[in-house]
Design a protein around this ligand. Structure first.
Ligand SMILES: O=C(O)C(=O)C[C@]1(C(=O)O)C=C[C@@H](O)C=C1
Length: 139
């Protein structure tokens, strides 16, 4: 009987470790190919270039966010925040990042900030635009 229990416990722990290991089954190296560097300067210059790319993409993204706000105003929506969409954006990014081998939670946290700050900027732009439009219609 004791042997049976030990067997069951061992099997369960093996299955659990296999299951938990699934999350790390995508390795970064397999997914995203990079150039090998032999010194720190080389690595840092690649990181600097990537940082510029990230900023450029964020600037592009923000322009679309502002457009979203303009479209909302045209449809008489005055609030930038869309809970359902904001959650979907964050969860999609996290899922994709996991497939690419990034550590769990890393992307979720970053995208939560991106989506929150984007919403705030969008709201400011929307408020300004609707106030301007009000002034224009009064004239
Ligand atoms: O999709 C929208 O409606 C947007 O305004 C864009 C965005 C985003 O940053 O992705 C920003 C604010 C909303 O809460 C949801 C999503």
């Amino acid at each position: 009987m004791k042997k049976q229990i030990r067997f069951i416990l061992t099997s369960v722990s093996i299955l659990l470790s296999m299951f938990c290991g699934l999350e790390n089954s995508y390795s970064l190296e397999e997914n995203v190919k990079i150039e090998e560097c032999s010194d720190l300067n080389c690595v840092r210059s690649h990181i600097d270039e990537i940082n510029k790319g990230i900023v450029l993409l964020l600037a592009k993204r923000m322009q679309y966010v502002v457009q979203a706000g303009e479209i909302k105003l045209k449809n008489n929506i005055v609030t930038a925040y869309d809970k359902k969409r904001a959650e979907l954006v964050v969860n999609n990014a996290e899922e994709f990042a996991k497939e690419k081998g990034l550590p769990s939670g890393f992307t979720k946290e970053i995208f939560q900030v991106i989506v929150d700050k984007s919403r705030d900027f969008e709201q400011i732009k929307m408020d300004k635009k609707s106030n301007l439009d009000k002034i224009k219609t009064k004239k």
